[in-house]
Design a protein around this ligand. Structure first.
Ligand code: BEZ
Length: 217
């Protein structure tokens, strides 16, 4: 491992997201400033690159939907704040899209190392395409890592937020390819008695371990 790229702690699901303070395009921000909101913190490899430009436009396009769900966005790359500002202005000029969220200028790589965003096998100098979903209590709830060459799917990120918020509100799980309005999974029972009991609840059960239910609309 190259000196200076050592990752000491990696965020883990279900644990507190490491605190940081960083310079952004909207001034200095701390992770704890987002307490009380959901946060999608995402990294991109570099400003003024085509895939990243498509991603910034895609994130800007779901911004209002995220706001409705109490979700803030925070971008990051190891470029300077001046580079971020110039790129954001260029996106507005060339694509007619305003970038409404702050972007961290992680020139000293402090945040990227804290979150394991640099994968030296892919690039020693750029952050890969990471997404950290952090809940209003500062807990890491989901992580997505994509390679440099693949742009992320913002529909999936919105779906993930809907799934996590549905889980929290209704104490259920969500099946593969679930969409809001679909039936949800009743978490498996962990006692024999609970297994018997759930078969009497009126759920749609294939068997004692596989039960779905509708949520109130
Ligand atoms: C891009 O955003 O286009 C890109 C960035 C780094 C490597 C490959 C593509």
């Amino acid at each position: 491992m190259e000196e200076g790229l050592e990752v000491k702690t990696l965020p883990r699901l279900g644990e507190k997201a490491p605190e940081f303070e960083a310079v952004t395009t909207q001034g200095k921000l701390k992770l704890s400033d987002f307490r009380g909101s959901w946060l999608i913190m995402f990294s991109h490899p570099a400003d003024f690159t085509p895939v990243c430009t498509t991603e910034f436009i895609a994130f800007a396009k779901i911004y209002d939907e995220l706001q409705k769900r109490n979700v803030q966005l925070l971008g990051l790359s190891v470029d300077s704040v001046n580079s971020h500002i110039a790129w954001i202005r260029n996106i507005e000029e060339k694509f007619g899209v305003k970038i409404p969220f702050p972007v961290i200028a992680d020139l000293d790589k402090k945040v990227s190392q804290l979150y394991g965003m640099i994968m030296p096998g892919e690039s020693k100098t750029e952050t890969t395409r990471c997404v950290f979903v952090i809940d209003p209590n500062g807990i890491v709830r989901a992580m997505i890592y994509y390679p440099l060459t693949t742009g992320r799917n913002t529909d999936e990120i919105l779906r993930l937020i809907d799934a996590l918020q549905t889980t929290d509100e209704h104490h259920v799980a969500t099946p593969a390819n679930w969409r809001p309005g679909d039936d949800v999974i009743v978490p498996p029972p962990n006692t024999q008695e609970a297994a018997e009991e759930r078969l009497k609840q009126g759920y749609e059960c294939k068997d004692w371990y596989f039960c779905k239910k509708k949520l109130p609309r």
